[in-house]
Design a protein around this ligand. Structure first.
Ligand SMILES: O=C(CO)[C@H](O)[C@H](O)COP(=O)(O)O
Length: 230
């Protein structure tokens, strides 16, 4: 691996996670984003090798990539549970609490994670933080109706909410909602913050994924891949 090659790091983490956790016959959750992409491609290789896998996608984009590459994608409503999900993250703290959603798929990602027995996160070392919120904004998905009022409620939690835009228009999620990216100076009490955000009328889902990840596979600049576990 070339040192500091971000793409190679994402690929290394994603492939190691799939090789370690995905077994023949499983129902597998497929994450969203540039790191999860490499996990989807590795799952496609396993399917070509004869693995019988049923997969649940965390976004339309992921479903399209999976189907194009010969993976069977099933409706989450048609499975009892998901054995393992391999997904990316934007920040990972030492207890494996996460910020997710910069890719805009947090709602489906959280529904899939909640239905998953083993949520495995794939990241490069730049995503590892001592405390959530230090590097990235916290994405919060909100109902379009009354979104400015909802953003005011978010601001009262101590952040600067910015409506996510795409091509000059508000970004619309797979669920048909808007996303506010909320920059906090630092998130000291993520469980309190999640509870507070969840009570604001109009909030659909918040990008804090707390006590959901079982392991994080982390690629480093020196070419090594390590694992964090709860
Ligand atoms: O939460 C996500 C999408 O909603 C992604 O997993 C997260 O943004 C990480 O993406 P990438 O691997 O491209 O950095």
């Amino acid at each position: 691996m070339t040192e500091c090659d971000p793409k190679a790091m994402k690929k290394a983490a994603a492939e190691k996670a799939v090789d370690e956790y995905v077994k023949d016959g499983m129902t597998v959750g497929l994450g969203t984003g540039s790191t999860a992409y490499f996990a989807i491609m590795r799952v496609a290789e396993l399917v070509k090798q004869g693995y019988r896998l049923k997969c649940v996608a965390t976004s339309q984009q992921t479903e399209d990539i999976a189907v194009e590459n010969g993976i069977e994608v099933v409706d989450i409503n048609d499975v009892d549970y998901i054995d393992v999900t391999i997904d990316g993250a934007d920040e990972v703290d030492p207890k494996l609490n996460l910020i997710k959603g910069l890719g805009g798929a947090l709602l489906r990602e959280k529904i899939v994670a909640a239905a998953t027995q083993m949520e495995v996160i794939v990241v490069d070392e730049s995503k590892i933080v001592e405390s959530l919120g230090v590097k990235t904004s916290l994405p919060v998905e909100v109902c379009r109706f009354g979104h400015v009022r909802t953003a005011y409620g978010l601001k009262l939690q101590g952040c600067e909410p910015v409506l996510r835009m795409k091509g000059g228009e508000p970004f619309v999620s797979d669920g048909g909602n808007y996303i506010y990216d909320c920059k906090f100076p630092q998130i000291d009490k993520p469980f309190f913050l999640q509870s507070a955000i969840d009570t604001i009328p109009g909030v659909v889902e918040c990008g804090l994924f707390l006590n959901m990840a079982a392991a994080a596979v982390v690629a480093h600049k020196d070419g090594t891949v390590t694992e964090m576990k709860c």
